[in-house]
Design a protein around this ligand. Structure first.
Ligand code: SF4
Length: 475
């Protein structure tokens, strides 16, 4: 019986080190092979980051390393200029090992829309963008759906979408003739084919092989059939397969989550090769359920998407494009796929807002990204000319950092000294966040600066400065 493959947490740096060239040449950016091996098993580096291992002389070791480190859920990419990468999961729970490859969100257009409406919707999808704690969150793909069943019309819609964006495409039709028309237009762009079913699998498999495109195997509500379909497609020589076990809204949602979870458990716990593939969630399906009214459908689609992203969709197709429906998905995805061991942080140091003079206020905050960008936004909207000193708190928020002593009087005194602020201003007052008020006395002692206690919520900074700056004692 074949030996069960090691899970990522069972692979030790020694397992990787033994297969590296072991010359300690440093070309990978760390001093020696053992340090590189540690980075690889922590998911902080990839094997290809070691240039010598790519030489012909290490071919065998390279293949064995890739086999050792291959995730139980296959990585699949679609698109060409811009690509979407899905799958690549090692574990069920994100605290075991940071999730890789955030699920792309595709928004649909359909071939019954007139050309101007298709172009306008594609433009809206491609330009959707939201700045969130220093990152730009965007949508990732376009799903072109055939609803007319007319091959020529589908081909034209695909052409129009392709001419309007370089986002990766998902072509959606169960009719092989319609799909063929789409692939004749977009086949060279490696779109994802949706979908091969128990009825059309032979023709869809031929198209997937001919155009070299990944394909979705769809068997809504029937995991046994889905396994059989995957086995059949694999026998046709297709390896890039995405699973669609069906997305059911409303009372079917619990069953949907059960199916997604069963598939991911089979992949990550049992190493099941038939289910070791990315899963497609289709929250868009709520629009074909009972008539609820547009806003109720959007609401249902939004919570379905969030639930499926959590358990365990690797790709989502949605219909709603309203900010209140899509934004929560983007922000939740960001949180879910951030390394839980490393809070999102910004660089510590001095930030300058507006044109501060020598009497400008000086404020303190932590280097937790969410805190920093909230404070920054509040300072900007209050149109303040001031200095902000960001203290290294290990990426913790002010309250947590004070509780854990990551923000203390000595650190604040050191940050004030190192920032060079003393040369820029004529006073010695610094505003501490309200949540760090209890550090006031000791900070005055450690730094020699006078403390003003700021608001507990940074939205109050503007009011504080307008009403209480400069401090009375100076005048
Ligand atoms: S580049 Fe490769 S061989 Fe050189 S130190 Fe790094 S891991 Fe070792």
């Amino acid at each position: 019986m074949a030996e069960k493959k090691k899970g990522i947490r069972e692979i030790s740096p020694i397992d990787v080190y033994k297969l590296l060239p072991r010359t300690n040449c440093g070309e990978c950016g760390v001093p020696n092979c053992m340090a590189f091996a540690t980075r690889v098993v922590n998911g902080e580096a990839v094997v290809d980051g070691c240039p010598p291992i790519l030489d012909d002389g290490h071919k065998d070791a390279y293949a064995r390393l890739n086999d050792l480190l291959a995730p139980p859920v296959k990585v699949i990419t679609f698109g060409t200029e811009r690509t979407a990468t899905i799958g690549g999961k090692y574990v069920l729970q994100r605290h075991e090992f940071t999730y890789q490859f955030p699920p792309p969100i595709a928004i649909d257009v359909s071939d019954d829309m007139d050309p101007a409406s298709i172009q306008a919707r594609v433009h809206e999808i491609a330009s959707f963008s939201y700045g969130y704690i220093g990152r730009t969150l965007t949508l990732d793909a376009v799903a072109v759906r055939s609803v007319t069943g007319d091959a020529e019309r589908f081909g034209s819609a695909v052409r129009l979408v392709m001419d309007s964006t370089d986002l990766p495409l998902i072509l959606c039709s169960h009719d092989p003739e319609v799909m063929k028309a789409g692939l004749e237009t977009a086949g060279s762009k490696r779109p994802l084919i949706y979908a091969a079913t128990s009825e059309n699998w032979r023709a869809m498999a031929d198209l997937a092989v001919r155009y070299g495109c990944p394909v979705v195997a769809a068997a809504p509500g029937d995991l046994a059939l889905l396994r059989s379909l995957v086995r059949t497609l694999q026998a046709c020589g297709i390896t890039d397969i995405v699973l669609d076990p069906g997305t059911f809204g409303d009372e079917g949602l619990a069953g949907t989550v059960y199916s997604f979870t069963a598939i991911r458990k089979a992949a990550c716990r049992d190493g099941d090769p038939l289910f070791g593939l990315p899963i497609l969630g289709t929250p868009i399906a709520v629009w074909t359920g009972q008539e609820l009214g547009e806003d109720q459908n959007r609401w249902q689609e939004a919570y379905t998407a969030s639930i499926l992203m959590t358990r365990y969709a690797d790709l989502l197709i949605m219909h709603s494009l309203e900010g209140w429906t899509v934004l929560p998905q983007l922000i939740w995805r960001f949180g879910l796929y951030t390394d839980p061991r490393k809070p999102v942080s910004v660089d510590p140091g001095l930030r300058v807002f507006g044109s501060p003079g020598s009497d400008a206020p000086v404020l303190i905050t932590s280097n937790y990204a969410l805190t920093f960008f909230t404070v920054e936004s509040d300072i900007k909207s209050a149109k303040l000319d001031c200095y902000l000193i960001v203290v290294e708190t290990g990426g913790l928020s002010v309250e947590a950092a004070v509780a854990g002593r990551y923000l203390n009087a000595e650190k604040i005194a050191e940050a004030l000294r190192e920032s060079g602020i003393e040369q820029k201003i004529s006073h010695r007052y610094v505003i501490l966040p309200g949540l760090a008020a209890r550090l006031s006395g000791e900070t005055e002692e450690a730094s020699g600066w006078r403390i003003m206690v700021g608001p507990r919520d940074s939205s109050g900074i503007g009011k504080l400065i307008r009403e209480h700056w400069p401090p009375k004692e100076d005048h």
